[in-house]
Design a protein around this ligand. Structure first.
Ligand SMILES: C[S@@+](CC[C@H](N)C(=O)[O-])C[C@H]1O[C@@H](n2cnc3c(N)ncnc32)[C@H](O)[C@@H]1O
Length: 340
């Protein structure tokens, strides 16, 4: 997850980067929350922290994504406020000390895997004192069956989790209301309502550019999978590290071949497209299926293990889409024939 956040913050604008949040603003503007010593846990690029600082709070912002903290510092400088931004892991805090009157968690705890939530609590509780207030924003609902299969899907709070985890330490004032999805749904519908836009999307999806884009996504999930295997799986399977060098060479060879296929396909080469399709089918689709059935046969009730689970599904889904797009391009037959 950390890598995911680093990439998002370094190269993109995060979708949650939308300014100080409504609930926080309303607490401050209504005067219910007065300037005090505050900490934003998982502050991202610091929108909430900066807002609080503008309102006279003495603010610390913590996040483990360095790219987020770099952006937050620049923003604070540009806004002309002083915020103490710290890079640290909320499940193992080493650089944050003292206590805070107000603690804010906007969409962080429900981002953590279940086994990380208890360590988070152990780390955040010492930052509180008698009378500290804590605003926690997250999703709470019973997980739907299909959500288990979505790569990187955040695990929402299960009903009752907040009371279970925090009831002993905080007097819970309110477990909040609902998110209004109707605006989001309407916006999504309007995106597809226009026939011209729909047809432009369809042509792009069926174009060479579409096929290459899907293949690049499939390729990236392969690299992500290789990284996770190297980081978590192989040290476990092969603690002596005998497989490190041959494993790295094999992965580099496979990735190199695939990259060649991608570059050639992007230039419209049929041979490149075929190479790419073979790589996608073998390394994303077949490998993901084999891993799934070998390590985690569904008939044994296995529910997967945290890292490989998401990567396996992202390999499989992106690989299947890329394979269809590439096959479609090959069928069109308008491409350059292999030379030599
Ligand atoms: C969904 S974003 C929300 C960011 C911010 N609170 C906001 O509302 O814009 C979740 C944030 O939590 C951070 N985060 C996730 N796990 C963390 C951890 N273990 N330690 C520190 N930060 C973490 C991520 O880097 C990311 O910035």
């Amino acid at each position: 997850m950390k890598l995911f956040y680093e990439v998002i913050y370094r190269y993109f604008r995060a979708p949650w980067d939308i300014g100080a949040r409504e609930e926080l603003v309303s607490l401050v503007e209504s005067g219910r929350l007065k300037p005090c010593r505050a900490i934003d846990l998982g502050c991202g690029t610091g929108e909430n922290a900066i807002y609080l600082a503008q309102k006279g709070f003495d603010v610390t912002g913590v996040d483990y994504a360095e790219a987020a903290i770099e952006k937050a510092r620049v923003r604070a400088r540009e806004t002309g406020v002083q915020v103490n931004f710290i890079v640290d892991d909320l499940t193992n805090l080493r650089h944050v000390s003292g206590t805070f009157d107000f603690m804010l968690d906007y969409g962080v705890l429900d981002d953590l895997r279940l086994h990380q939530r208890e360590p988070y609590l152990h780390n955040m509780l010492p930052l509180s004192h008698l009378g500290s207030r804590y605003l926690l924003w997250g999703f709470e609902y019973p997980m739907r069956w299909w959500e288990r299969f979505v790569p990187f899907y955040d695990i929402p709070f299960y009903p009752g989790e907040i009371e279970e985890r925090f009831g002993e330490y905080f007097e819970i004032e309110r477990i909040a209301g609902k998110v209004d999805y109707s605006k989001m749904a309407a916006r999504l519908r309007s995106l597809f309502a226009d026939a011209e836009r729909r047809s432009a999307m369809r042509s792009w999806l069926m174009s060479l550019n579409g096929a290459i884009t899907f293949s690049v996504i499939a390729f990236l999930t392969f690299l992500g999978r290789a990284f996770m295997d190297w980081r978590y799986e192989y040290p476990y399977q092969d603690p002596a590290g005998n497989w490190d060098t041959p494993g790295a060479l094999i992965y580099m060879g496979l990735a190199g071949g695939w990259l060649w296929g991608l570059l050639a396909a992007a230039r419209g080469s049929r041979r490149g497209l075929i190479g790419c399709l073979i790589a996608v089918l073998l390394l994303d689709v077949a490998f993901a299926l084999a891993t799934y059935f070998f390590f985690c046969p569904p008939w044994t009730g296995c529910t997967g293990w945290p890292n490989a689970w998401s990567w396996n599904w992202s390999n499989l889904i992106s690989g299947a889409i890329a394979a269809v797009a590439l096959s479609f391009q090959l069928r069109q037959g308008k491409l350059k024939q292999p030379t030599g």
